[in-house]
Design a protein around this ligand. Structure first.
Ligand code: ASP
Ligand code: MG
Length: 470
């Protein structure tokens, strides 16, 4: 049997009738029917989130959310689906979901509290609705399609609400039996189910991660991510002059770039597919998809560019928690006590940089205050000074071969010092593919544009991939 392709359709490709019809063409361009994992319609997840925030203090949030969803789906169904039977069927399925959602929202409204479990359940409707509508559209346009929900096929999670991990091997046993037909399957992304059969979200932008998990479970040929932009670039056009597309990355480079805010992929997308060496291919719907040429391919090969560096990017969510005191570096047990406490409270440490007199923890800004309080409560005698810094940005310079190539770090550091920019912390050599620097947030644009201009020659192209043996 032919291996399937799993394709992911993002919310930015589900904006209007026109963009949805482009997706129909994309799906038709595959020789064998793919599994299509979909995001919610553009902006919908945020709209539902906002409604939940104001549910108890604004009049009729519920009514207006419900009305909005109903309108959105009806407009799309009426505009695109021509066959009256398919149209009515799709309407009925949407109504059925919206009724479930309405009952749930009303229940919450009465108890005046949104449990985590309810939050995840409610937000999953964005994806469920787009899957149902897209399925109807495919059928109407002559593509045999069937919808499968993650709870029907057993995409299993670890039970964490809001930011779950997928249990790949358990899921595989369930999922591989469910996609055997010779038709397109449409699956809502962004969530899986726990062993208790409760819905768990996979974090912001989590449809990439669910699509990657489905690719793993099905041993897919490729994971194709369809977007409305040109894949990974040497820099964000908002920050740097003339960024160039990157046609190849290995899994490590892509994971670092996704993690450091390149905003192209969910940071965990690489995890499942690399286990089976399934390539991720990024396509732009606006380019000619008939020629089947991805913008970026991500796989296990390593390519070295003449510039070594492939991309510079920024992440603005990380702050620094500094703990100082003579000997924090050599007195045993300090770091383990801190990490144990943070771990119990579910706080992730993004990175640690230590010296003999300081421990610096990089932690997400939105939870850094909580981490600070927890550490203060430990009353560790050796720590004489503790502080946090939030108005910082983390700059990542990514490219394979960085630690072996001569002079890359020197180029980076001297470019920054020429601009008079202060580096609070840096890490060079922790991994072979990334150097990162923490600078004041106000210097972000200056740093990125200077680094890009220094590291890439003006007329550089990203063509010749010199593949090296891993
Ligand atoms: N709709 C979800 C979000 O915006 C998941 C996704 O689009 O990947 O976070
Ligand atoms: Mg998205």
């Amino acid at each position: 049997m032919n291996k399937k392709n799993v394709i992911k359709i993002g919310g930015s490709n589900l904006k209007s009738a026109k963009s949805i019809l482009q997706i129909v063409e994309v799906v038709k361009s595959y020789e064998h029917p793919p599994v299509v994992v979909v995001s919610a319609f553009f902006g919908l997840t945020n709209k539902i989130k906002k409604s939940l925030e104001t549910l108890f203090n604004e009049d009729d949030t519920l009514g207006s959310l419900y009305h909005f969803l109903y309108q959105l789906k009806s407009e799309i169904i009426l505009e695109i689906i021509e066959n009256p039977e398919i149209r009515n069927q799709t309407f009925a399925l949407v109504e059925d979901q919206l009724n479930k959602l309405r009952q749930y929202l009303q229940g919450i409204f009465y108890i005046r509290h949104i449990p985590e479990k309810a939050n995840d359940y409610i937000l999953s409707f964005g994806e469920k609705l787009s899957a149902i509508v897209l399925n109807g559209i495919f059928n109407d346009k002559g593509i045999a399609a069937e919808t499968k929900f993650p709870e029907q096929v057993g995409l299993l999670t670890d039970g964490v609400f809001g930011n779950a991990s997928i249990k790949l091997n358990l899921s595989k046993e369930n999922v591989e039996k469910c996609f055997l037909g010779n038709r397109v399957y449409v699956v809502p992304g962004f969530y899986g189910v726990s062993a208790k059969n409760e819905i768990n979200l996979l974090g912001h932008g989590g449809t990439d991660y669910s699509a990657a998990a489905f690719a793993y479970c099905l041993g897919a040929e490729n994971l194709d991510v369809w977007k409305d932009v040109d894949g990974f670039m040497s820099g964000n056009p908002k920050h740097v002059a003339q960024p160039k597309p990157i046609d190849h990355l290995n899994y490590d480079e892509a994971a670092e770039l996704a993690y450091f805010g390149a905003d192209i992929l969910h940071p965990r997308t690489v995890e499942p597919v690399r286990l089976k060496n399934i390539p991720i291919r990024l396509f732009n719907v606006f380019n000619d998809h008939a020629n089947d040429k991805p913008q970026t391919v991500i796989d296990n090969r390593t390519s070295i560019h003449p510039e070594i560096v492939k991309s510079v990017s920024v992440e603005n969510n990380t702050g620094i928690l500094s703990l100082r005191g003579p000997g924090v570096g050599y007195i045993p047990g300090i770091l383990s006590e801190i990490t144990k406490t943070l771990n119990i409270h579910g706080i992730n440490i993004n990175s640690v940089i230590t010296s003999q007199i300081a421990i610096n923890l990089l932690i997400d800004k939105h939870i850094i205050d909580k981490a600070f309080d927890l550490i203060k409560k430990l009353k560790l005698q050796v720590i004489t000074k503790a502080s946090i810094k939030k108005n910082v940005s983390l700059i990542a310079v990514v490219g394979s071969g960085m630690t072996e190539a001569y002079g890359v770090a020197a180029k980076i550091l001297s470019a920054i010092s020429e601009e008079g920019i202060n580096i609070h912390l840096s890490s060079i050599g922790a991994s072979d593919v990334v150097t990162y620097l923490i600078i004041d947030e106000k210097d972000t644009k200056k740093t990125l544009s200077k680094l890009h201009a220094t590291l890439f020659k003006k007329d550089f192209k990203h063509p010749v991939n010199l593949f090296v043996k891993n």
